[in-house]
Design a binder for this molecule. Structure first.
Ligand SMILES: NC(=O)c1ccc[n+]([C@@H]2O[C@H](COP(=O)([O-])OP(=O)(O)OC[C@H]3O[C@@H](n4cnc5c(N)ncnc54)[C@H](OP(=O)(O)O)[C@@H]3O)[C@@H](O)[C@H]2O)c1
Length: 329
């Protein structure tokens, strides 16, 4: 099969399209024919070596995909079943989705009932699992009437997923971006406001919402962003830390993440915890809502498999506003 194998971490050119043997599934695993997969910021971090010892090279990276079951030795799933797979150390501890086929533990292969096309389906799993987790586990949005939420960065695929969920609850999202040209796109996908800033926005937020925001999702987690998060949230608001864009993934040298977590009403969400047992019904519900038009995944761009390195180059340049999907032939 064709697969992008990274031999040494580096820039987008380290993604080399190779021919490798088809993978084989053992008991407890599922072999999937990949039809499409979404790109994630975490993969760009892994590509440059930012995942440290957690990812050894050579490696086929890619933490999610949508496709069909080829075989499943334990017979938990039937051949031809439509599935998505995500996380469970996919594309990190073992080869992932930047390939025509992948093998994933059955714990992280989600069988789905859906009529969605492959591109739309592939845009959902990692982004919406995380958006749902940030909204309901960390921010406890079910406790708020018409919640007012801040997301930074606001132009990310994750921020747009969060916006869909918050808008469905009757709430509003203000997104923060460093890129003025992304504002009109952010508003068109349903954000209440888009603030252009690489630092503090508390003054502007408090002008709009004098009591402060009911929840904040911060995936930058710098000293500046955290100080601002505390200044702009209301007394009853939760702050969800869900990433770290200022440093390598998972290594926060300034310790900002850990220091913030001990403060009241601060939590985190990590999609690394998802499994079929715990989250299988949730992803089906999310997909049902997409099919009904309640959630509208925003796909910025779709690339052919052969153009994956180009998509990574553009991701490094922060060119996108929303999800990027790679389609297999
Ligand atoms: N906790 C979890 O389970 C989980 C799961 C998924 C994603 N995440 C995290 O969520 C974040 C977004 O992920 P994604 O895949 O949705 O990203 P994405 O669509 O690639 O968007 C990332 C955006 O972040 C902004 N950005 C990049 N570097 C930045 C920096 N150093 N400081 C400030 N802004 C920066 C850029 O927007 P502008 O140019 O507009 O500023 C960029 O377009 C990442 O931190 C990721 O690790 C966490």
């Amino acid at each position: 099969m064709k697969a992008y194998v990274i031999k040494q971490p580096g820039d987008y050119r380290s993604l080399e399209l190779n021919t490798v043997p088809d993978p084989t599934a053992k008991m407890g695993q599922v072999r999937i024919a990949i039809r499409a997969f979404g790109l994630n910021r975490a993969e760009a971090v892994t590509r440059i070596g930012g995942s440290g010892k957690a990812v050894k090279f050579p490696r086929i990276i890619g933490i999610e995909c949508a496709g069909e079951v080829i075989d499943c030795p334990g017979e938990e799933l039937k051949a031809g079943q439509v599935v998505c797979a995500a996380m469970g150390e996919m594309g990190r501890a073992y080869d992932g989705s930047y390939a025509e086929q992948t093998v994933v533990p059955v714990t992280n292969v989600f069988p789905l009932e859906t009529q969605l096309d492959w591109t739309t389906l592939a845009s959902i799993p990692e982004t919406y699992f995380t958006a749902w987790g940030c909204c309901f586990h960390a921010l406890k949005l079910e406790k708020f009437d018409q919640p007012k939420i801040i997301v930074r960065p606001g132009a990310s695929a994750l921020a747009i997923g969060i916006t869909q969920i918050v808008n469905h609850l009757g709430g509003k999202v203000i997104g923060v971006t460093r890129s003025k040209h992304k504002v009109s796109k952010m508003l068109s996908i349903g954000m209440h406001k888009a603030l252009v800033s690489s630092g503090e926005v508390a003054k502007e937020v408090l002008k709009e919402w004098p009591d402060g925001a009911d929840g904040v999702v911060d995936t930058i987690v710098s000293k500046t962003s955290l100080k601002d998060d505390f200044n702009l949230r209301s007394k009853k608001a939760y702050l969800c830390l869900a990433g770290s864009l200022t440093d390598s993934y998972g290594t926060d040298k300034a310790g900002s993440f850990a220091k913030a977590l001990i403060k009241p009403r601060v939590g985190f969400y990590d999609s690394g915890t998802i499994s079929v047992k715990k989250d299988g019904e949730k992803i089906q519900e999310i997909i049902n809502r997409v099919e009904k038009g309640i959630y509208k995944p925003h796909i910025d761009s779709v690339f052919e498999f052969k153009d994956l390195p180009k998509a990574h180059k553009l991701m490094d340049e922060n060119a996108f506003t929303g999800k990027v999907v790679i389609k297999l032939p």
